[in-house]
Design a protein around this ligand. Structure first.
Ligand SMILES: Cc1cc2nc3c(=O)[nH]c(=O)nc-3n(C[C@H](O)[C@H](O)[C@H](O)COP(=O)(O)O)c2cc1C
Length: 235
């Protein structure tokens, strides 16, 4: 649209809308490309960007709005190295577990599994180089657990915790950052507590290394819609 001041400086209403109004397509695009990014640059994350993705985590819902979790955003290299030392050990166990599963398989399959795991090994070994390691800790006493005593592992407690992780990962994606939800370090919470100093009655539930990706944000591999969603009844 031209104006009396010349067309080059004129912004149409539609352009303003496109600049300031997020669309559903934007959100779906971020959601459908928020994959695990394990290859991260050591480029620092600007404070304002980091603040926004951490704020996004706080917007997550929790049972009774208790918000029974905190993030410790670890930037100190020495502390990150200590977390790396712990995570390397747990990752090594995870590799053993996966390699045992493919014992006796063809060389192609073994090689593919090894290749898949090698990115995780690199991440574990270089965790100190990642600009921010977000450690998610929780207060187990404050969880609403509505599925105890059913003869299976209760899962509802975690529903007050993990939405914050996904909010952070989606915000990170929108900011051009990448990360990965990891949980293997959770079994070592007393060691993590020694490093980060959170209260004795709090636990670890996720660790998210966060930084600018070396690879691309990418399409996800997921089961088809009809397999995952049922309308009205199971069959
Ligand atoms: C509950 C949970 C625990 C996970 N733990 C780890 C982990 O400890 N280390 C890791 O490298 N990835 C971990 N992942 C990432 C998954 O391996 C990954 O999300 C999955 O393979 C799908 O890949 P994508 O995110 O790239 O689509 C975890 C994911 C979830 C949801």
């Amino acid at each position: 649209m031209a104006s009396e001041h010349g067309s080059s400086l004129t912004i149409t209403v539609e352009q303003v809308r496109l600049r300031v109004m997020p669309t559903a397509e934007d959100l779906y695009s971020f959601m459908s490309t928020t994959r695990s990014i394990r290859r991260l640059r050591d480029t620092p994350i600007p404070d304002d960007v980091l603040h926004r993705v951490l704020q996004a985590a706080i917007w997550a819902p929790s049972g009774g709005n208790r918000q029974p979790w905190r993030i410790i955003a670890v930037r100190d290299r020495e502390l990150k190295q200590k977390l790396s030392d712990i995570y390397v050990e747990e990752w090594a166990k995870y590799i053993d577990f996966n390699m045992k599963k493919v014992e006796g398989a063809s060389a192609d399959i073994i090689e593919a599994v090894q290749k898949g795991l090698s990115t995780g090994t690199k991440l574990a070994e270089t965790l100190a180089d990642v600009p921010v390691v977000a450690m998610f800790v929780h207060d187990p006493k404050a969880l609403y657990v509505t599925d105890e005593g059913l003869g299976r592992a209760p899962v509802v407690g975690g529903a007050s915790l993990y939405p914050a992780v996904q909010n952070l990962l989606l915000a990170a994606r929108a900011e051009g950052l990448g990360g990965v939800l990891t949980t293997l370090i959770a079994s070592r919470e007393s060691d993590v507590r020694d490093v980060l100093g959170f209260p004795n009655d709090w636990g670890v539930y996720a660790m998210v290394p966060l930084g600018y990706p070396r690879g691309n944000h990418g399409p996800l591999t997921r089961a088809p819609f009809d397999q995952m969603v049922k309308f009205d009844r199971w069959s």
